[in-house]
Design a protein around this ligand. Structure first.
Ligand code: ATP
Length: 289
């Protein structure tokens, strides 16, 4: 009984809806039969997380290319933020990494291994995704956190909750981790849901992280807490941040400005400000708000 359940949940745990608006993993499997383990694919070893996109081309439909011969290298453990106009392809770049879609040309490697040579399960099991849309099920807080890694111990669950800054919420609830959530229990705010998602990933501890920054506003205190735990989560992991607000990515090791024609600029915050190009323009525009 447990086996199939275990198998499915280890693959879909953090991708119940994929990245922003993507269909569920199972739907995806039903509608994108091309994406499957290819003959000879092997379970990936524990990855360090060095990412390489080599001349990657991709479009959702053949008549409309989105990425054209994109090259990108991210050293293991570094944080790279993607900024740029809406529709430029930031989410698309990130969604190729867990192979939600297949590249048309070129290849993507992690630690030198082509994604297509790894089993999907072993690849996706090593990528954590934090997005606005958090998947919760009817159950207790403990069960919802433990969903990050079935079989986690009580101490590990508590540690993950602590690192995700859930202590205060738990202290306020008479039943603590045993509090049911959803219709019959506590209703979580947007910020609390995000912290729960972060706790799941702390628990699972994947070497690679994709952060799809929330577009909807959280209050400043919540925002600050979430930023802190996200920064902690990103530590030591290769992290791609899809950024909508520039203020949150100043600390990134590298910022990529993605436009419809590809990666137009890259560098640190300071370098890009000094260069006086697109990033500087975006920055000035956001500072005015
Ligand atoms: P935003 O900042 O608004 O999130 P983005 O830079 O992340 O934008 P993408 O979501 O990667 O941009 O979209 C790139 C282009 O691909 C857009 O023109 C978008 O309309 C198109 N696109 C995205 N997802 C799909 C899809 N599932 N099917 C078809 N076209 C898509």
């Amino acid at each position: 009984f447990y086996r199939p359940l275990d198998k499915i949940s280890s693959v879909i745990e953090t991708y119940p809806r994929g990245i922003a608006g993507f269909r569920s993993y199972l739907n995806l499997m039903a509608t994108e039969p091309d994406i499957a383990d290819r003959p000879g694919a092997r379970p990936a070893p524990p990855l360090r997380g060095e990412l390489r996109f080599e001349k990657v081309s991709f479009g959702y439909t053949p008549d409309r290319p989105i990425l054209r011969s994109l090259d990108l290298h991210v050293e293991a453990g570094k944080t790279v933020a993607l900024v740029g106009p809406s529709g430029a392809g930031k989410t698309t770049i990130c969604s190729l990494l867990p192979r939600f879609y297949e590249v048309e040309a070129g290849r993507i490697t992690i630690d030198g291994i082509d994604l297509r040579d790894m089993t999907l399960e072993s690849l996706r099991g090593q990528i954590g995704i934090v997005q606005q849309d958090v998947f919760l099920f009817a159950g207790t807080l403990r069960e919802n956190i433990a969903y990050g890694r079935l079989g986690a111990t009580e101490a590990e669950i508590r540690e993950a909750a602590h690192r995700a800054r859930l202590d205060e919420l738990l202290a306020d609830l008479p039943l603590g981790l045993d509090t049911p959530i959803g219709e019959r229990g506590v209703k979580l705010s947007g910020g609390q849901k995000q912290r729960l998602a972060i706790a799941r990933i702390f628990l699972r501890n994947p070497p690679i992280l994709i952060l799809d920054e929330a577009t909807s506003a959280l209050d400043t205190v919540t925002e600050g807490l979430i930023q802190q735990s996200l920064a902690e989560l990103a530590e030591g992991r290769t992290t791609l941040v899809i950024a909508h607000r520039l203020a949150t990515i100043r600390g990134a090791d590298r910022i990529l400005v993605v436009t419809e024609s590809g990666i137009a600029e890259q560098g640190s915050h300071r370098e890009l400000i000094e260069a006086g190009g697109i990033y500087r323009g975006l920055h000035t525009a956001q500072s005015d708000i």
